[in-house]
Design a protein around this ligand. Structure first.
Ligand code: ZN
Ligand code: FE
Ligand code: FE
Ligand code: ZN
Length: 267
């Protein structure tokens, strides 16, 4: 079966995605997807990362908007309610409340920031430390996120490569530890196709890169393919290409989510 779902789509509420939510749904229907989910960037307290996420007061509206879409498109396509949650170690109590307070179908766990104040983006080209520390900090946070139990799957695993810097031996070892933690916590892993539109990468590739996908499969980690669409036309981006790549690597099933439960569907 071709990839039937896309669980990582944004809305203009995060201030860096464009297009009405209906246009995302319509594009998904055109592509023949049977299930989609919105997962916009979660609010954080005290103005952290405020320019790239919805505000606390908008969360209610977000939930209502997606729930209304669910009803409006009933019978045409399944619309799920998700959230892309930034993992910030100091905020786990806050995040635990946020992730249990609404009827989420799934929580995407992301590490976007390498510091407690959420000012150092993981893929920034201007970090105050070298690539080894960048990747080490990043993968340690990913491992912590996996162990926290807050998320159903981990987003764009090797996203620091967007900085144009590459890990050395320490960073690569931390990646292995992160994969171990993901496996041990039985959290699923996203194969994110937004790397096929990010021009700053040396060549089009998913997050994580295909060799890392292979390692995840070898460990028995469950996968889910997503586009991370920030515009309607990005929904389902390169799904046929990634389907072929996954099949070639022996992947025969992908994860589905509903009311925070996971099940596997054949690929
Ligand atoms: Zn975004
Ligand atoms: Fe993200
Ligand atoms: Fe996203
Ligand atoms: Zn994302």
């Amino acid at each position: 079966m071709p990839i039937a779902s896309d669980y990582h789509m944004h809305t203009p509420l995060c201030q860096h995605a464009t297009g009405p939510v209906e246009a995302y749904v319509e594009h998904a229907i055109e592509l023949g997807l049977t299930e989609i989910g919105f997962a916009c960037h979660n609010p954080l307290p005290n103005g952290r990362g405020a320019r790239e996420r919805m505000r606390e007061e908008e969360l209610e509206f977000y939930v209502r908007t997606i729930t209304e879409l669910q009803f409006r498109y009933r019978g045409k396509i399944e619309v799920l309610l998700g959230l892309e949650m930034d993992y910030v170690p100091a905020l786990t109590d806050y995040l635990r409340v946020q992730t249990t307070r609404y009827p989420w179908d799934y929580i995407i766990g992301s590490v976007h920031y390498l510091d407690a104040d959420c000012t150092l983006l993981a893929w920034s080209r201007a970090l105050p430390f070298d690539a080894e520390e960048q990747y080490t900090r990043y993968y340690r946070l990913v491992a912590e996120l996996a162990r926290s139990g807050l998320a159903d799957f981990i987003a764009h695993l090797d996203v620091p490569k967007r900085s144009g810097r590459w890990p050395g031996p320490h960073g690569l070892a931390e990646l292995q530890c992160a994969l171990d933690a993901v496996r041990q916590a039985d959290v699923a892993l996203e194969v994110n196709t937004s790397g096929y539109r990010h021009r700053e990468l040396p060549e089009p590739q998913p997050y994580p890169a295909l060799p890392v996908v292979e390692e995840a499969l070898r460990r028995g980690i469950k996968l889910v393919a997503n586009s991370d669409a920030h515009q309607p036309e990005q929904v389902g981006l390169n799904f046929s290409g990634i389907e072929t790549a996954l099949r070639q690597r022996g992947c025969r099933e992908l994860a589905r989510f509903y009311q925070r439960k996971r099940e596997m569907q054949p690929l």
